[in-house]
Design a protein around this ligand. Structure first.
Ligand SMILES: Cc1cc2nc3c(=O)[nH]c(=O)nc-3n(C[C@H](O)[C@H](O)[C@H](O)COP(=O)(O)OP(=O)(O)OC[C@H]3O[C@@H](n4cnc5c(N)ncnc54)[C@H](O)[C@@H]3O)c2cc1C
Length: 401
């Protein structure tokens, strides 16, 4: 019997949050603020590093730009939440334990799983061996060092999604001495309205990025990439930004996962197989009226907040409410002096309205810089983090399920 039981004090309800990314941080701060001072709830946040990784700025890190040093433990100070630095190596769903660095164990009553996602480096042979990625700040720094050492040559960026576009533009602007080639199946900006797409493509051209669409990378070699059809493109440096994969930990734990390994949630963001586990951010497969959400920061933060609010409701014996979210923008930087912001319908399809140029640069920077101050505000006023577009008719279907 524990000392607490002997003294007649009930053991606290242990909430362990895995991952201090945009979603996990939102969950930790929101929950800690709501249960502050309570002895019956213990909040623990686990992350690989103490430093908060601003993934939204990794293409800046990759081109040698300094980004702010943001400390997770410092932000948690005064909230009562505990920070554990370490690498999560396993979750045992039956024993309700998390293994950290193989040798440490954390017990949980409620788990919030927010370990994020990575570019899919297993999709194409050679990517694991020869490609750079922006999967972590460390990976981005490796690329920055490599680019800084070159005084010419070709950088090929694989994947013409938003990360690929932002990276190609940033590299071309910072390293005019390099040829930058952007390869992808789809056209850059394909999901935007014609005006925004045309603006984005002409900005890439102005920066000297050679964008090629309709191509499929099938193999990566030390100094070239091979395309379907047999063409080979010389690449002194190859950056891979395409696809998403998640940690295999969730599937290994026996949680119900989708074909990408993301935890399948119910309407309240709980695992459909293990209701004491909430899944947030990129690691979760969350269905809305318009389909399964794709991972973004704009949607990840609300999932973390919603999970925290739901946990507090459950502790009070109340039912959690369904999560509803509608997208509102796609903001893309094109180097430091240009950008495009495509406003969207809640299902992420493009509206007619977009911003370009300096106004878009300011908008994009405001959005990129906003998570950290938002967490700071939530510490004092948790309700300040609870506003996001619920998606109206686009997400209403979900409630009827
Ligand atoms: C270059 C780039 C630009 C982007 N731009 C935008 C944008 O403009 N707008 C937008 O909405 N989205 C953007 N995204 C996508 C966005 O960054 C992700 O959707 C978002 O980071 C997901 O948040 P998350 O909390 O789920 O995961 P993450 O932010 O990836 O956080 C996961 C955390 O878990 C930690 N972790 C993972 N595995 C373990 C483990 N086993 N043990 C311990 N810790 C672990 C990681 O270190 C990390 O701290 C961009 C992504 C990139 C790469």
């Amino acid at each position: 019997m524990s000392a607490q039981h002997e003294a007649g004090v009930a053991a606290p309800h242990r909430v362990v949050i895995l991952g201090a990314g945009y979603a996990g941080m939102s969950a930790a701060i929101q929950l800690a603020a709501r249960v502050k001072g309570r002895k019956d709830v213990q909040v623990t946040l686990v992350n690989a590093q103490e430093r908060f990784t601003e993934r939204l700025r990794l293409h800046m890190t990759a081109t040698g730009q300094q980004v702010a040093e943001l400390s997770v433990p410092q932000l948690l100070e005064g909230t009562g939440a505990r920070f554990v630095r370490g690498w999560v190596t396993a979750v045992d769903a039956d024993a309700k334990i998390v293994r950290i660095d193989d040798d440490r164990v954390l017990h949980y009553d409620t788990l919030v799983y927010g370990l994020g996602s990575l570019a899919d480096t297993a999709a194409v042979p050679g990517v694991e061996d020869y490609a750079y990625t922006l999967n972590s700040a460390q990976d981005a720094k490796f690329l920055a060092d490599r680019l800084a050492r070159r005084d010419g040559g070709t950088v090929v960026v694989g994947g013409s999604g938003l990360t690929g576009i932002e990276s190609a533009a940033e590299i071309a602007e910072r390293h005019p001495e390099l040829n930058v080639v952007l390869l992808g199946r789809g056209e850059p900006g394909a999901a935007m309205n014609p005006k925004a797409k045309a603006y984005l493509q002409s900005a890439l051209e102005r920066l000297g990025v050679q964008a090629r669409s309709g191509v499929e990378v099938v193999k990566v070699l030390p100094d070239a990439v091979e395309l379907a059809g047999g063409e080979s493109i010389a690449a002194d440096v190859f950056l891979w930004t395409s696809g998403t994969r998640v940690s295999p930990l969730a599937a290994a734990a026996g949680f119900a996962v989708d074909e990408r390994g993301r935890i399948v949630t119910d309407a309240a963001l709980r695992s459909v197989s293990h209701p004491q586990v909430y899944a947030v951010g990129d690691a979760a497969a969350i269905r809305q009226g318009y389909g399964v959400m794709h991972g973004t920061c704009q949607s990840g933060m609300p999932t973390g907040v919603h999970a925290a609010v739901s946990i507090v409701r459950a502790l009070k014996g109340k039912q959690p409410k369904p999560f509803r979210f509608g997208y509102y923008h796609t903001a893309v930087s094109l180097g430091r002096h240009d950008a495009v912001v495509q406003f969207t319908h809640p299902d992420d399809s493009p509206r007619r309205m977009c911003l370009t140029g300096r106004l878009a640069v300011r908008y994009k920077e405001t959005v990129t810089a906003s998570p950290w101050p938002t967490y700071g505000r939530m510490k004092k006023m948790p309700a300040s983090g609870a506003f996001w577009p619920r998606g109206g008719r686009f997400t209403r279907v979900r409630e009827a399920r």
